[in-house]
Write a protein that binds this ligand. Structure first.
Ligand code: SAH
Ligand code: SF4
Ligand code: F3S
Length: 477
Protein backbone atom coordinates (compact mmCIF):
# COMPACT_ATOMS: atom_id res chain seq x y z
CA UNK A 1 0.00 0.00 0.00
CA UNK A 2 1.33 3.32 -0.93
CA UNK A 3 1.95 6.91 -0.82
CA UNK A 4 2.51 7.63 -4.43
CA UNK A 5 4.42 10.85 -4.57
CA UNK A 6 8.12 10.15 -4.55
CA UNK A 7 9.92 7.17 -5.85
CA UNK A 8 12.01 6.82 -2.74
CA UNK A 9 9.39 7.62 -0.16
CA UNK A 10 8.64 4.89 2.34
CA UNK A 11 5.12 3.65 3.05
CA UNK A 12 5.22 4.42 6.69
CA UNK A 13 6.65 7.89 6.42
CA UNK A 14 4.39 9.80 8.70
CA UNK A 15 1.85 11.93 6.99
CA UNK A 16 0.12 13.77 9.67
CA UNK A 17 -3.49 12.82 9.32
CA UNK A 18 -4.87 15.95 10.81
CA UNK A 19 -8.59 16.00 10.86
CA UNK A 20 -10.54 18.81 9.29
CA UNK A 21 -12.74 20.72 11.62
CA UNK A 22 -15.99 18.85 11.40
CA UNK A 23 -19.14 19.15 13.36
CA UNK A 24 -20.90 16.21 14.93
CA UNK A 25 -23.61 14.38 13.06
CA UNK A 26 -25.14 13.00 16.26
CA UNK A 27 -26.09 14.96 19.40
CA UNK A 28 -23.11 17.19 20.19
CA UNK A 29 -21.14 16.55 23.34
CA UNK A 30 -18.73 19.37 22.53
CA UNK A 31 -15.86 16.94 22.89
CA UNK A 32 -13.03 17.24 20.41
CA UNK A 33 -11.27 14.41 18.58
CA UNK A 34 -7.82 14.63 17.03
CA UNK A 35 -6.66 11.73 14.88
CA UNK A 36 -3.30 11.19 13.25
CA UNK A 37 -2.48 8.33 10.89
CA UNK A 38 0.66 6.45 9.95
CA UNK A 39 1.28 3.57 7.58
CA UNK A 40 -0.59 2.51 4.50
CA UNK A 41 -3.64 3.93 2.80
CA UNK A 42 -5.79 1.38 4.59
CA UNK A 43 -4.93 3.05 7.86
CA UNK A 44 -5.79 6.47 6.49
CA UNK A 45 -9.03 5.03 5.22
CA UNK A 46 -9.73 3.47 8.63
CA UNK A 47 -9.21 6.83 10.33
CA UNK A 48 -12.06 8.14 8.21
CA UNK A 49 -14.24 5.34 9.55
CA UNK A 50 -13.18 6.11 13.13
CA UNK A 51 -13.97 9.80 12.64
CA UNK A 52 -17.37 8.86 11.26
CA UNK A 53 -18.16 6.66 14.28
CA UNK A 54 -17.17 9.39 16.74
CA UNK A 55 -18.94 12.19 14.87
CA UNK A 56 -22.07 10.05 15.11
CA UNK A 57 -21.46 10.00 18.84
CA UNK A 58 -21.39 13.75 19.23
CA UNK A 59 -17.69 14.48 18.76
CA UNK A 60 -16.23 17.28 16.68
CA UNK A 61 -12.82 16.98 15.08
CA UNK A 62 -9.91 19.34 15.54
CA UNK A 63 -6.61 19.88 13.76
CA UNK A 64 -4.79 20.74 16.98
CA UNK A 65 -4.04 17.91 19.37
CA UNK A 66 -3.33 20.38 22.15
CA UNK A 67 -6.99 21.37 22.32
CA UNK A 68 -8.38 17.84 21.87
CA UNK A 69 -10.26 15.82 24.48
CA UNK A 70 -9.43 12.59 22.68
CA UNK A 71 -6.15 12.11 20.80
CA UNK A 72 -5.93 9.03 18.58
CA UNK A 73 -2.86 7.77 16.81
CA UNK A 74 -3.55 5.18 14.13
CA UNK A 75 -0.38 3.15 13.97
CA UNK A 76 1.71 0.97 11.65
CA UNK A 77 3.92 -2.02 12.54
CA UNK A 78 5.32 -2.86 9.14
CA UNK A 79 8.93 -2.05 10.01
CA UNK A 80 10.64 -1.30 13.26
CA UNK A 81 11.18 2.35 12.37
CA UNK A 82 7.44 2.75 11.76
CA UNK A 83 6.83 1.75 15.37
CA UNK A 84 9.66 3.95 16.62
CA UNK A 85 8.09 6.95 14.95
CA UNK A 86 4.85 6.31 16.82
CA UNK A 87 6.69 6.01 20.13
CA UNK A 88 8.41 9.34 19.49
CA UNK A 89 5.13 10.99 18.67
CA UNK A 90 3.57 9.65 21.88
CA UNK A 91 6.33 11.42 23.80
CA UNK A 92 5.20 14.67 22.24
CA UNK A 93 1.61 13.99 23.29
CA UNK A 94 2.81 13.40 26.82
CA UNK A 95 3.50 17.05 27.57
CA UNK A 96 0.06 18.03 26.22
CA UNK A 97 -1.48 15.42 28.49
CA UNK A 98 0.50 16.71 31.48
CA UNK A 99 -1.04 20.13 30.91
CA UNK A 100 -4.50 18.64 30.35
CA UNK A 101 -4.82 15.46 32.46
CA UNK A 102 -8.39 14.89 31.21
CA UNK A 103 -7.07 14.23 27.69
CA UNK A 104 -7.68 10.66 26.52
CA UNK A 105 -4.87 9.14 24.46
CA UNK A 106 -5.75 6.15 22.28
CA UNK A 107 -3.59 3.90 20.16
CA UNK A 108 -5.37 2.37 17.17
CA UNK A 109 -4.36 0.19 14.25
CA UNK A 110 -1.65 -2.34 13.66
CA UNK A 111 0.67 -1.57 16.56
CA UNK A 112 -2.30 -1.70 18.92
CA UNK A 113 -3.16 -5.12 17.54
CA UNK A 114 0.42 -6.36 17.76
CA UNK A 115 1.15 -5.19 21.29
CA UNK A 116 -2.34 -5.41 22.78
CA UNK A 117 -2.52 -4.61 26.50
CA UNK A 118 1.28 -4.57 26.68
CA UNK A 119 0.95 -1.08 25.27
CA UNK A 120 -0.67 0.11 28.48
CA UNK A 121 2.32 -1.12 30.48
CA UNK A 122 4.90 0.24 28.08
CA UNK A 123 3.42 3.68 27.50
CA UNK A 124 1.81 5.02 30.64
CA UNK A 125 0.03 7.90 28.94
CA UNK A 126 -2.07 5.54 26.80
CA UNK A 127 -5.68 5.06 27.97
CA UNK A 128 -7.20 3.04 25.12
CA UNK A 129 -5.80 0.36 22.81
CA UNK A 130 -8.02 -0.58 19.86
CA UNK A 131 -7.33 -3.00 17.02
CA UNK A 132 -8.46 -2.45 13.42
CA UNK A 133 -11.61 -4.58 13.67
CA UNK A 134 -12.90 -3.05 16.91
CA UNK A 135 -13.64 0.55 15.95
CA UNK A 136 -17.39 0.19 16.43
CA UNK A 137 -16.61 -0.32 20.10
CA UNK A 138 -14.84 3.05 20.45
CA UNK A 139 -17.70 5.03 22.04
CA UNK A 140 -18.07 2.28 24.65
CA UNK A 141 -14.31 2.14 25.26
CA UNK A 142 -14.13 5.92 25.67
CA UNK A 143 -16.98 5.58 28.17
CA UNK A 144 -14.88 3.13 30.17
CA UNK A 145 -12.01 5.60 30.27
CA UNK A 146 -14.43 8.33 31.37
CA UNK A 147 -15.29 6.03 34.29
CA UNK A 148 -11.63 5.93 35.29
CA UNK A 149 -10.52 2.68 33.64
CA UNK A 150 -8.09 1.80 30.92
CA UNK A 151 -9.71 0.05 27.95
CA UNK A 152 -8.55 -2.48 25.37
CA UNK A 153 -10.35 -4.15 22.46
CA UNK A 154 -8.13 -5.97 20.00
CA UNK A 155 -10.54 -8.67 18.85
CA UNK A 156 -10.12 -9.50 15.20
CA UNK A 157 -13.16 -10.39 13.17
CA UNK A 158 -13.86 -12.66 10.23
CA UNK A 159 -16.75 -10.49 9.05
CA UNK A 160 -16.18 -6.84 9.87
CA UNK A 161 -15.84 -4.66 6.75
CA UNK A 162 -17.48 -1.46 8.08
CA UNK A 163 -19.51 -1.64 4.87
CA UNK A 164 -22.38 0.42 6.29
CA UNK A 165 -20.24 3.21 7.72
CA UNK A 166 -19.95 6.30 5.61
CA UNK A 167 -16.35 7.46 6.04
CA UNK A 168 -15.77 11.11 6.90
CA UNK A 169 -13.31 12.33 4.27
CA UNK A 170 -10.42 13.72 6.31
CA UNK A 171 -7.91 16.04 4.68
CA UNK A 172 -9.73 15.49 1.44
CA UNK A 173 -9.15 17.59 -1.66
CA UNK A 174 -12.75 16.76 -2.60
CA UNK A 175 -11.45 15.11 -5.78
CA UNK A 176 -9.82 11.78 -4.88
CA UNK A 177 -10.99 9.31 -2.26
CA UNK A 178 -9.99 5.90 -0.99
CA UNK A 179 -12.57 3.14 -0.84
CA UNK A 180 -11.70 0.02 1.14
CA UNK A 181 -12.95 -3.07 -0.66
CA UNK A 182 -11.53 -5.73 1.62
CA UNK A 183 -9.70 -6.15 4.91
CA UNK A 184 -7.05 -8.45 6.29
CA UNK A 185 -4.69 -10.74 4.41
CA UNK A 186 -4.55 -14.52 4.06
CA UNK A 187 -1.11 -14.60 2.49
CA UNK A 188 1.62 -15.50 4.84
CA UNK A 189 4.59 -13.67 3.39
CA UNK A 190 7.22 -14.69 5.89
CA UNK A 191 8.52 -11.14 6.51
CA UNK A 192 5.14 -9.54 7.01
CA UNK A 193 3.26 -8.60 10.15
CA UNK A 194 0.01 -7.65 8.39
CA UNK A 195 -1.78 -11.04 8.65
CA UNK A 196 -1.25 -10.82 12.41
CA UNK A 197 -2.34 -7.22 12.80
CA UNK A 198 -5.23 -7.22 10.34
CA UNK A 199 -6.54 -10.74 10.58
CA UNK A 200 -8.23 -12.90 7.97
CA UNK A 201 -9.05 -11.65 4.55
CA UNK A 202 -12.67 -10.67 3.91
CA UNK A 203 -14.28 -8.84 1.03
CA UNK A 204 -16.84 -6.13 1.35
CA UNK A 205 -20.26 -6.36 -0.26
CA UNK A 206 -19.88 -5.09 -3.86
CA UNK A 207 -23.16 -3.19 -3.73
CA UNK A 208 -21.98 -1.06 -0.82
CA UNK A 209 -18.71 -0.35 -2.70
CA UNK A 210 -20.52 0.73 -5.87
CA UNK A 211 -22.94 2.80 -3.80
CA UNK A 212 -20.04 4.56 -2.06
CA UNK A 213 -18.34 5.27 -5.40
CA UNK A 214 -21.63 6.62 -6.72
CA UNK A 215 -22.13 8.90 -3.76
CA UNK A 216 -18.58 10.17 -4.03
CA UNK A 217 -19.15 10.98 -7.69
CA UNK A 218 -22.40 12.75 -6.86
CA UNK A 219 -20.50 14.78 -4.27
CA UNK A 220 -18.03 15.93 -6.93
CA UNK A 221 -15.22 13.40 -6.51
CA UNK A 222 -13.49 12.39 -9.73
CA UNK A 223 -11.20 9.58 -8.62
CA UNK A 224 -11.57 6.56 -6.36
CA UNK A 225 -8.80 4.22 -5.33
CA UNK A 226 -10.02 0.76 -4.37
CA UNK A 227 -7.95 -0.49 -1.46
CA UNK A 228 -6.95 -3.88 -0.15
CA UNK A 229 -3.73 -5.69 0.75
CA UNK A 230 -4.38 -8.00 -2.18
CA UNK A 231 -7.19 -6.60 -4.30
CA UNK A 232 -6.95 -9.32 -6.92
CA UNK A 233 -8.26 -11.88 -4.47
CA UNK A 234 -11.44 -9.84 -3.92
CA UNK A 235 -14.37 -12.23 -3.90
CA UNK A 236 -17.86 -11.58 -2.62
CA UNK A 237 -20.99 -13.63 -2.63
CA UNK A 238 -24.04 -12.49 -0.74
CA UNK A 239 -25.18 -14.66 2.16
CA UNK A 240 -27.95 -17.02 1.10
CA UNK A 241 -31.15 -17.49 3.07
CA UNK A 242 -32.55 -20.99 3.43
CA UNK A 243 -34.19 -22.26 0.26
CA UNK A 244 -32.69 -19.44 -1.84
CA UNK A 245 -30.48 -19.95 -4.90
CA UNK A 246 -26.83 -19.10 -4.20
CA UNK A 247 -25.92 -15.64 -5.49
CA UNK A 248 -23.15 -15.41 -8.10
CA UNK A 249 -19.71 -14.52 -6.77
CA UNK A 250 -18.27 -11.16 -7.78
CA UNK A 251 -14.52 -11.16 -8.47
CA UNK A 252 -12.14 -8.22 -8.69
CA UNK A 253 -12.37 -7.82 -12.47
CA UNK A 254 -16.17 -7.68 -12.21
CA UNK A 255 -16.03 -5.23 -9.32
CA UNK A 256 -13.64 -2.99 -11.27
CA UNK A 257 -16.07 -2.93 -14.19
CA UNK A 258 -18.98 -2.09 -11.88
CA UNK A 259 -17.11 0.84 -10.35
CA UNK A 260 -15.91 2.02 -13.77
CA UNK A 261 -19.55 2.02 -14.94
CA UNK A 262 -20.48 4.58 -12.25
CA UNK A 263 -19.38 7.26 -14.73
CA UNK A 264 -16.80 7.61 -17.49
CA UNK A 265 -15.82 10.82 -15.68
CA UNK A 266 -14.80 8.91 -12.53
CA UNK A 267 -11.24 7.64 -12.58
CA UNK A 268 -10.70 4.28 -10.95
CA UNK A 269 -7.41 3.20 -9.39
CA UNK A 270 -6.60 0.27 -7.14
CA UNK A 271 -3.88 -1.04 -4.89
CA UNK A 272 -2.28 -3.49 -4.14
CA UNK A 273 -2.02 -6.28 -6.73
CA UNK A 274 -0.32 -9.51 -5.73
CA UNK A 275 1.65 -11.02 -8.62
CA UNK A 276 0.28 -14.49 -7.91
CA UNK A 277 -3.34 -13.32 -8.25
CA UNK A 278 -3.46 -10.68 -10.98
CA UNK A 279 -5.42 -12.24 -13.82
CA UNK A 280 -5.70 -11.56 -17.53
CA UNK A 281 -9.39 -10.88 -16.86
CA UNK A 282 -8.37 -7.90 -14.70
CA UNK A 283 -5.97 -6.70 -17.39
CA UNK A 284 -8.60 -6.96 -20.14
CA UNK A 285 -11.08 -5.11 -17.94
CA UNK A 286 -8.53 -2.33 -17.47
CA UNK A 287 -7.97 -2.19 -21.22
CA UNK A 288 -11.72 -2.04 -21.86
CA UNK A 289 -12.50 1.00 -19.71
CA UNK A 290 -10.84 4.31 -20.50
CA UNK A 291 -11.47 5.52 -16.94
CA UNK A 292 -9.64 2.65 -15.22
CA UNK A 293 -6.17 4.14 -14.85
CA UNK A 294 -3.40 2.29 -16.61
CA UNK A 295 -1.24 1.77 -13.60
CA UNK A 296 -0.49 -1.32 -11.54
CA UNK A 297 1.41 -1.59 -8.29
CA UNK A 298 2.92 -5.06 -8.46
CA UNK A 299 5.30 -5.65 -5.53
CA UNK A 300 8.13 -7.95 -6.55
CA UNK A 301 10.05 -7.92 -3.20
CA UNK A 302 12.99 -9.83 -4.73
CA UNK A 303 14.09 -10.86 -8.21
CA UNK A 304 15.47 -14.19 -7.06
CA UNK A 305 13.37 -17.34 -6.92
CA UNK A 306 15.06 -18.85 -3.86
CA UNK A 307 14.54 -15.67 -1.84
CA UNK A 308 10.95 -15.40 -3.08
CA UNK A 309 10.41 -18.94 -1.86
CA UNK A 310 11.84 -18.10 1.58
CA UNK A 311 9.61 -15.05 1.61
CA UNK A 312 6.68 -17.36 0.89
CA UNK A 313 5.51 -15.14 -1.95
CA UNK A 314 4.24 -18.21 -3.87
CA UNK A 315 5.55 -17.02 -7.25
CA UNK A 316 9.01 -17.18 -8.74
CA UNK A 317 11.03 -14.94 -11.02
CA UNK A 318 9.69 -16.55 -14.21
CA UNK A 319 6.07 -16.18 -13.05
CA UNK A 320 6.57 -12.50 -12.21
CA UNK A 321 8.19 -11.82 -15.58
CA UNK A 322 5.32 -13.59 -17.34
CA UNK A 323 2.81 -11.35 -15.52
CA UNK A 324 4.76 -8.22 -16.50
CA UNK A 325 4.83 -9.46 -20.11
CA UNK A 326 1.05 -9.99 -19.96
CA UNK A 327 0.57 -6.41 -18.72
CA UNK A 328 2.76 -5.05 -21.52
CA UNK A 329 0.91 -7.18 -24.07
CA UNK A 330 -2.64 -6.35 -22.97
CA UNK A 331 -2.10 -2.73 -21.79
CA UNK A 332 1.03 -1.50 -23.58
CA UNK A 333 0.90 1.98 -22.04
CA UNK A 334 0.51 0.70 -18.46
CA UNK A 335 2.66 2.16 -15.67
CA UNK A 336 4.07 -0.40 -13.25
CA UNK A 337 5.47 0.23 -9.78
CA UNK A 338 6.81 -2.11 -7.15
CA UNK A 339 8.05 -2.76 -3.62
CA UNK A 340 11.51 -4.18 -2.97
CA UNK A 341 13.07 -5.55 0.20
CA UNK A 342 16.87 -5.71 0.39
CA UNK A 343 18.87 -7.96 2.68
CA UNK A 344 16.23 -10.55 3.47
CA UNK A 345 17.55 -13.51 5.51
CA UNK A 346 20.41 -15.35 3.73
CA UNK A 347 20.19 -13.20 0.55
CA UNK A 348 23.51 -13.52 -1.29
CA UNK A 349 25.19 -10.88 -3.40
CA UNK A 350 24.24 -12.80 -6.58
CA UNK A 351 20.62 -13.00 -5.46
CA UNK A 352 20.59 -9.26 -4.79
CA UNK A 353 21.98 -8.78 -8.33
CA UNK A 354 18.90 -10.63 -9.60
CA UNK A 355 16.70 -8.00 -7.98
CA UNK A 356 18.67 -5.35 -9.85
CA UNK A 357 18.35 -7.28 -13.13
CA UNK A 358 14.61 -7.67 -12.57
CA UNK A 359 14.43 -3.90 -12.19
CA UNK A 360 16.32 -3.55 -15.46
CA UNK A 361 13.84 -5.89 -17.11
CA UNK A 362 10.70 -4.08 -15.95
CA UNK A 363 12.02 -0.50 -15.70
CA UNK A 364 9.46 0.43 -13.05
CA UNK A 365 7.85 3.84 -13.09
CA UNK A 366 8.11 4.06 -9.28
CA UNK A 367 9.33 1.86 -6.48
CA UNK A 368 9.09 1.75 -2.70
CA UNK A 369 12.27 0.25 -1.36
CA UNK A 370 13.09 -1.04 2.10
CA UNK A 371 15.86 -2.73 4.03
CA UNK A 372 14.52 -5.89 5.65
CA UNK A 373 13.31 -5.29 9.20
CA UNK A 374 12.59 -8.38 11.26
CA UNK A 375 9.15 -8.29 12.84
CA UNK A 376 8.47 -10.31 15.98
CA UNK A 377 6.07 -13.22 15.51
CA UNK A 378 6.41 -13.47 11.73
CA UNK A 379 7.38 -16.74 10.03
CA UNK A 380 10.77 -15.32 9.05
CA UNK A 381 11.49 -14.26 12.63
CA UNK A 382 10.69 -17.78 13.80
CA UNK A 383 12.46 -19.71 11.04
CA UNK A 384 15.39 -17.73 9.72
CA UNK A 385 18.26 -15.78 11.18
CA UNK A 386 18.25 -12.08 10.31
CA UNK A 387 21.81 -12.58 9.17
CA UNK A 388 22.56 -9.84 6.66
CA UNK A 389 24.53 -7.10 8.42
CA UNK A 390 22.80 -3.73 8.60
CA UNK A 391 25.48 -2.01 6.49
CA UNK A 392 25.07 -4.62 3.73
CA UNK A 393 21.28 -4.24 3.74
CA UNK A 394 21.73 -0.46 3.48
CA UNK A 395 24.32 -0.70 0.69
CA UNK A 396 22.04 -3.00 -1.30
CA UNK A 397 19.17 -0.61 -0.65
CA UNK A 398 21.24 2.29 -1.99
CA UNK A 399 21.98 0.30 -5.15
CA UNK A 400 18.29 -0.43 -5.63
CA UNK A 401 17.34 3.21 -4.98
CA UNK A 402 19.95 4.49 -7.43
CA UNK A 403 18.77 2.10 -10.11
CA UNK A 404 15.16 3.13 -9.57
CA UNK A 405 16.16 6.76 -9.88
CA UNK A 406 17.50 6.04 -13.39
CA UNK A 407 14.39 4.11 -14.36
CA UNK A 408 11.99 6.75 -13.04
CA UNK A 409 13.86 9.32 -15.09
CA UNK A 410 13.77 7.04 -18.14
CA UNK A 411 9.99 6.62 -17.80
CA UNK A 412 9.43 10.34 -17.25
CA UNK A 413 11.60 11.22 -20.26
CA UNK A 414 9.50 8.87 -22.38
CA UNK A 415 6.45 10.91 -21.42
CA UNK A 416 8.02 14.18 -22.55
CA UNK A 417 6.67 15.40 -25.88
CA UNK A 418 3.39 13.56 -25.33
CA UNK A 419 -0.04 14.85 -24.35
CA UNK A 420 -1.44 13.52 -21.06
CA UNK A 421 -4.95 13.55 -19.70
CA UNK A 422 -4.57 14.98 -16.21
CA UNK A 423 -7.10 15.34 -13.42
CA UNK A 424 -6.33 18.67 -11.75
CA UNK A 425 -5.90 17.99 -8.03
CA UNK A 426 -5.06 21.54 -6.92
CA UNK A 427 -2.18 23.96 -6.75
CA UNK A 428 1.29 22.51 -6.93
CA UNK A 429 3.19 22.26 -3.67
CA UNK A 430 5.75 24.81 -4.76
CA UNK A 431 3.62 27.57 -6.26
CA UNK A 432 0.04 28.77 -6.53
CA UNK A 433 0.88 29.82 -10.09
CA UNK A 434 0.88 26.11 -11.02
CA UNK A 435 -1.64 23.31 -10.91
CA UNK A 436 -0.73 19.69 -10.34
CA UNK A 437 -2.42 16.39 -11.09
CA UNK A 438 -1.60 12.90 -12.30
CA UNK A 439 -1.61 11.28 -15.66
CA UNK A 440 -3.12 7.84 -16.18
CA UNK A 441 0.12 6.15 -15.16
CA UNK A 442 0.13 8.02 -11.84
CA UNK A 443 3.03 10.34 -12.68
CA UNK A 444 2.69 13.83 -11.22
CA UNK A 445 2.27 16.59 -13.80
CA UNK A 446 2.75 20.31 -13.04
CA UNK A 447 1.56 23.08 -15.35
CA UNK A 448 0.66 26.78 -15.18
CA UNK A 449 -2.77 27.70 -13.82
CA UNK A 450 -5.28 28.51 -16.54
CA UNK A 451 -8.37 30.31 -15.27
CA UNK A 452 -10.61 28.34 -17.64
CA UNK A 453 -9.97 25.19 -15.62
CA UNK A 454 -10.48 24.33 -11.98
CA UNK A 455 -9.37 21.51 -9.68
CA UNK A 456 -11.54 18.46 -10.33
CA UNK A 457 -11.54 19.01 -14.10
CA UNK A 458 -9.65 16.99 -16.69
CA UNK A 459 -7.21 18.77 -18.96
CA UNK A 460 -4.79 17.71 -21.66
CA UNK A 461 -1.25 18.67 -20.86
CA UNK A 462 1.73 18.53 -23.19
CA UNK A 463 4.75 17.40 -21.17
CA UNK A 464 7.72 19.58 -22.08
CA UNK A 465 10.30 18.79 -19.39
CA UNK A 466 10.71 16.39 -16.50
CA UNK A 467 12.55 15.35 -13.39
CA UNK A 468 12.54 11.70 -12.33
CA UNK A 469 9.34 12.29 -10.34
CA UNK A 470 7.47 15.05 -12.16
CA UNK A 471 6.45 16.11 -15.64
CA UNK A 472 6.26 19.83 -16.40
CA UNK A 473 4.24 21.20 -19.29
CA UNK A 474 1.30 23.27 -20.47
CA UNK A 475 -2.40 22.80 -21.07
CA UNK A 476 -3.20 22.23 -24.74
CA UNK A 477 -7.01 21.89 -24.48
N1 SAH B 1 0.00 -6.25 0.59
C1 SAH B 1 1.08 -5.66 -0.05
C2 SAH B 1 2.15 -5.14 0.85
C3 SAH B 1 1.83 -4.43 2.09
S1 SAH B 1 3.18 -3.97 3.09
C4 SAH B 1 1.72 -6.71 -0.94
O1 SAH B 1 1.66 -7.87 -0.68
O2 SAH B 1 2.35 -6.34 -1.85
C5 SAH B 1 4.04 -2.86 2.02
C6 SAH B 1 5.44 -3.24 1.72
O3 SAH B 1 6.24 -3.16 2.89
C7 SAH B 1 5.66 -4.66 1.26
O4 SAH B 1 5.35 -4.82 -0.09
C8 SAH B 1 7.12 -4.87 1.54
O5 SAH B 1 7.93 -4.45 0.47
C9 SAH B 1 7.36 -3.97 2.73
N2 SAH B 1 7.55 -4.76 3.96
C10 SAH B 1 6.66 -5.53 4.58
N3 SAH B 1 7.21 -6.12 5.65
C11 SAH B 1 8.50 -5.70 5.69
C12 SAH B 1 9.59 -5.98 6.56
N4 SAH B 1 9.46 -6.82 7.58
N5 SAH B 1 10.77 -5.36 6.32
C13 SAH B 1 10.92 -4.52 5.26
N6 SAH B 1 9.91 -4.23 4.42
C14 SAH B 1 8.71 -4.81 4.62
FE1 SF4 C 1 1.92 -8.83 3.87
FE2 SF4 C 1 2.14 -10.57 1.92
FE3 SF4 C 1 -0.26 -9.93 2.87
FE4 SF4 C 1 1.12 -8.17 1.44
S1 SF4 C 1 0.32 -10.12 0.70
S2 SF4 C 1 0.03 -7.79 3.34
S3 SF4 C 1 3.21 -8.58 2.05
S4 SF4 C 1 1.34 -11.01 3.97
FE1 F3S D 1 -0.77 -0.89 6.82
FE2 F3S D 1 1.29 -0.73 8.43
FE3 F3S D 1 -0.81 -2.05 9.17
S1 F3S D 1 1.39 -0.95 6.29
S2 F3S D 1 -1.77 -2.79 7.33
S3 F3S D 1 -0.71 0.13 8.76
S4 F3S D 1 1.29 -2.64 9.53
Amino acid sequence: MLELEHTTKTHDEARQGEALDMLPTGKSTGRKLYIESYGCQMNFSDSEIVASILLDNGFETTKDYKEADVVFINTCSIRENAEQRVRNRLKEFESAKNRNPGMIVGVLGCMAERLKSKFLEEEKLVDVVVGPDAYRDLPNLIGKVDDGNKAVNVLLSREETYADINPVRLNSNGISAFVSIMRGCDNMCSFCVVPFTRGRERSRDHQSIVKEAHELFQAGYKEVTLLGQNVDSYKYSAPVAEGEEPKPTVNFAQLLAMVAEVSPELRVRFSTSHPKDITDEVLYTMARYENICKYIHLPVQSGNSRVLDLMNRTYDRAWYIERVDAIRRIIPECGISTDVITGFCTETEEEHEETLSMMDYVKYDFAYMFAYSERPGTLAAKRYADDIPEDVKKRRLTEVVNKQQQHSLFRAQNFVGKVHKVLIEGFSKRSDQDYCGRNDQNTMVVFPVDSRFKPGQYVHVLAERCTSATLMGKIVD
